[in-house]
Design a binder for this molecule. Structure first.
Ligand SMILES: NC(=O)c1ccc[n+]([C@@H]2O[C@H](COP(=O)([O-])OP(=O)(O)OC[C@H]3O[C@@H](n4cnc5c(N)ncnc54)[C@H](O)[C@@H]3O)[C@@H](O)[C@H]2O)c1
Length: 453
């Protein structure tokens, strides 16, 4: 079985690397020459723990072949995975330019050769039906399978090797079984792959995740519904956090007890500065747009977007509103720029939004630091002019009048409260992810400000 992964980004490179380490010959077909060059050198172009040893191994063994050529990749390929980006349009709907571009290129490259096309990109419900029609109208011999991706950046390898579920939506049972067999083969190899990556496999169970076969439309809807539900859970916690602030309750205490009910569950009830990244915001807006396309208003998701967008500003205003909370002309350090710990991804990061608001709305002098994401903020040019990027954590905290911990990197939570107090000039300690103990921060002589605490 020869595989081509089209779009060697976060999802595509991770999947290509896993398949190559499981013994498949894999072409990583990517239009961005700079990304191809980095992959060819045996590394990933983004930060993901434990991925580099696997990329290096796959390149050295010759099982992973980076290329920009459709002709080179598709000639001998049996299964094509499309993993290109599906960003949002200005109106919130999904931009499917790259998805349909891939379909056009496949049609013009493979002639009437028989292939399986697996859609891993997150696409709105109804997209697969359009692609199947295009393929059929072109007289191509391609079976279409919707196979949405559920990995999380920061734990991408573990999520892929020990998946909860593989969703496969198709009308072609032979094609969906062939795709399931690829994952079963990976599962058989996963301990070896994990060991090679340097992942500790002790205590991991040997059970397979669930294989769920559905229609194409259901598979598409499963993916965005899962993300929209998680985004809603976070946002629900943030809404209650605002009430906890107003009533001097502690949202962590509240959600700990609320989440103890197994019908609810504790995860994704952590209040904080809101969700971001390349998936949740656009998947929520994409689902709203799908609803509108089919005449269904999903009002709850409008509220989720609005409430989530308010969180960075809510935190900054909360600080400014305190007695002596003015930040005008003060030295403020923002720790964390990635949208979550474990990744260099700064797309739609609320941490970046907080840093920008501190300069634009609060009039502060802003320094920022992140263990891995500083290069990405520069590449994507997301920071407001005037913000100073500091490479070293200690140096970033030194002499700060206020510190905002905006991403819950362990590097920040493992620095002791007394060390923060020692390094800082002022006393304001803003815990935008509620990851510190208020008591220990206060015991060090700092003023603790959380979200709903
Ligand atoms: N990143 C995640 O955590 C995650 C998780 C689950 C699902 N998804 C979904 O997976 C898809 C990919 O996301 P990503 O984060 O990997 O995106 P990405 O932007 O990191 O990667 C997409 C890649 O596709 C390449 N590309 C675009 N058009 C191409 C073409 N015609 N031929 C070859 N390459 C092309 C781009 O250059 C880019 O490198 C999206 O639909 C996303 O919603 C992402």
């Amino acid at each position: 079985m020869v595989i081509t992964i089209i779009g060697a980004g976060y999802v595509g490179l991770t999947q290509a690397t896993i398949f190559a380490n499981a013994g498949f010959k894999v072409y990583a077909l990517e239009v961005d020459q700079a990304r191809i060059d980095v992959i060819r050198s045996g590394r990933s172009f983004f930060y993901e723990a434990n991925l580099d040893p696997l990329v290096e191994n796959a390149i050295k063994s010759g099982m992973l072949i980076p290329t920009t050529s459709y002709e080179e990749a598709l000639g001998e390929t049996d299964v094509i995975f499309s993993c290109v980006g599906t960003p949002d349009n200005p109106d919130g709907s999904s931009n499917l330019t790259y998805v349909f571009d891939v379909v056009d290129k496949i049609i013009s490259t493979i002639g009437d050769n028989s292939k399986i096309l697996v859609q891993k990109s997150t696409v709105p419900v109804g997209t697969g039906e359009k692609i199947i029609k295009l393929l059929s109208d072109a007289g191509s011999n391609v079976s279409y399978v919707s196979n949405p991706e559920f990995l999380r950046e920061g734990s991408a390898l573990i999520d892929s090797l020990w998946f909860d579920r593989i969703v496969v939506g198709s009308t072609d049972k032979t094609a969906s079984n062939a795709v399931i067999d690829l994952y079963k083969h990976v599962t058989e190899q996963r301990n070896d792959i994990a060991k090679h990556a340097g992942i500790d496999i002790d205590g991991r169970d040997n059970k397979d995740g669930e294989y769920i076969t559905t229609s194409v439309n259901s598979a598409e809807l499963i993916k965005v519904t899962a993300n929209a539900f998680l985004a809603t859970k976070i946002t629900f916690a943030n809404s209650i956090a605002k009430l906890a602030d107003a009533t001097h309750a502690d949202i962590n205490e509240v959600m700990h007890a609320v989440g103890a009910d197994p019908r609810i569950g504790r995860s994704f009830l952590n209040a904080g500065r809101g969700f971001g990244g390349g998936c949740f915001p656009k998947d929520v807006s994409g689902l709203i747009s799908s609803g509108i396309e089919y005449g269904v208003e999903i009002d709850i998701l409008h509220a989720v977007t609005q409430e989530n967008d308010s969180m960075p500003g809510y935190i900054v205003e909360k600080v400014i509103g305190l007695d002596n909370g003015s930040l005008v002309g003060k030295n403020v350090t923002v720790l964390g720029l990635s949208y979550k710990a474990g990744t260099s991804d700064v797309r739609r990061s609320p941490s970046v939004k907080i840093a920008n608001l501190l300069i634009e709305r609060a009039g502060a002098i802003v320094k920022v630091h992140d263990p891995v994401a500083m290069q990405d903020t520069q590449t994507l040019d997301v920071l407001t002019d005037g913000i100073t990027v500091i490479d070293d954590l200690t140096e970033a905290v030194q002499n700060a009048d206020a510190v905002f911990v905006a991403t819950d990197w362990p590097e920040f939570t493992s620095l002791s409260a007394s060390r923060y107090a020692q390094l800082m000039n002022g006393k304001l300690f803003v815990d935008c992810m509620n990851s510190f103990s208020p008591d220990s921060i206060r015991a060090a002589g700092l003023t603790y400000i959380g979200v709903g605490r």
